[in-house]
Design a protein around this ligand. Structure first.
Ligand SMILES: NC(=O)c1ccc[n+]([C@@H]2O[C@H](COP(=O)([O-])OP(=O)(O)OC[C@H]3O[C@@H](n4cnc5c(N)ncnc54)[C@H](O)[C@@H]3O)[C@@H](O)[C@H]2O)c1
Length: 255
């Protein structure tokens, strides 16, 4: 637990499920006042939900103004809302490619630029952007997603530099995490039989040096750390929460 997060106003985009939900819960446990901005259904009473599409500027302006007017500060922003779909650049439609970039990249920019003026009037402001291990090692047929996750690293560094020393900005890069997004990916590969989905996720887990996929709460721990005063000299960096996935070269060596 990080004592300084108690009472802080924390915005989490895409906090209705998956990683965002675990992040929102973690900040709520820390005693923060948490607002989820997402388009999904929300079923957790420990934090507040506002229906908001991060690609819609008017929605975002109204939501963030309402939060600031009600709470008087915005201390932490976690850009997390994201989508993924699959196909080579020839197979994926132009609309789909644009949609992924719009949510995963423009959405982070849009939320940040509207939140930052409020954050600069608040104590110890900090942004945490959820990127991915796919900013480093990548899977096939995911060019829009991979591009967005690489770009988030540059975006994170830009905010860190442009707003230092007044505001910190860091990224978290998770590998495979047990969320609806990953279950959907498993389903696309093996169909909707629950046992087949479980087997697929175990197989993905076995490819991580830690021999399992991660839990959303393990990403939330990293986010809480980066937002806390314990990380007061850390800005512009990315923290990998990937069970070692990004460090292993697929080359054998003698014992
Ligand atoms: N699950 C993983 O293995 C994994 C790994 C690395 C990175 N990530 C990243 O973590 C983030 C969360 O992923 P997840 O697995 O929890 O996904 P998820 O599909 O389980 O949840 C996504 C959330 O984003 C919200 N959302 C989607 N589009 C939105 C929009 N236009 N406006 C507002 N909210 C919107 C949804 O309502 C939902 O709350 C994403 O950025 C994803 O790329 C996930």
């Amino acid at each position: 637990m990080y004592g300084d997060l108690s009472g802080k106003v924390v915005i989490v985009t895409g906090g209705s499920m998956g990683i965002g939900k675990a992040i929102a819960r973690r900040f709520a446990e820390e005693g923060s006042r948490v607002i989820d901005l997402s388009i999904g259904r929300h079923d957790d009473a420990s934090y507040t939900h506002m229906d908001c599409d991060v690609t819609k500027t008017d929605d975002l302006k109204a939501s963030l103004k309402a939060v600031y007017d009600q709470y008087g500060s915005i201390n932490v922003l976690v850009n997390n809302a994201g989508i993924e779909s699959y196909g080579s650049i020839e197979k994926m439609s132009e609309e789909e490619w644009r949609r992924i970039i719009e949510v995963n990249l423009f959405g982070y920019y849009n939320t940040s630029r509207i939140a930052i003026p409020y954050m600069l009037k608040s104590e110890n402001p900090s942004i945490v952007n959820i990127s991915s291990v796919q900013a480093s090692v990548i899977t096939k047929n995911a060019s829009a997603y991979v591009t967005s996750k690489h770009a988030i690293i540059g975006f994170t560094k830009s905010i860190a530099l442009d707003y230092a020393p007044d505001l910190r900005c860091n990224a978290v890069c998770p590998a495979t995490i047990d969320t609806p997004l990953v279950r959907k990916a498993a389903e696309l590969e093996v169909g909707n039989n629950e046992n087949d989905i479980k087997r697929k996720m175990l197989e993905w887990g076995s490819q991580h040096p830690m021999k399992r996929i991660g839990q959303p709460s393990e990403v939330a721990s990293a986010v809480a750390f980066l937002a806390s005063k314990e990380a007061s000299f850390i800005t512009g960096t990315c923290l990998y929460v990937d069970g070692g996935l990004s460090i292993r070269a697929p080359i054998s060596t003698p014992e």
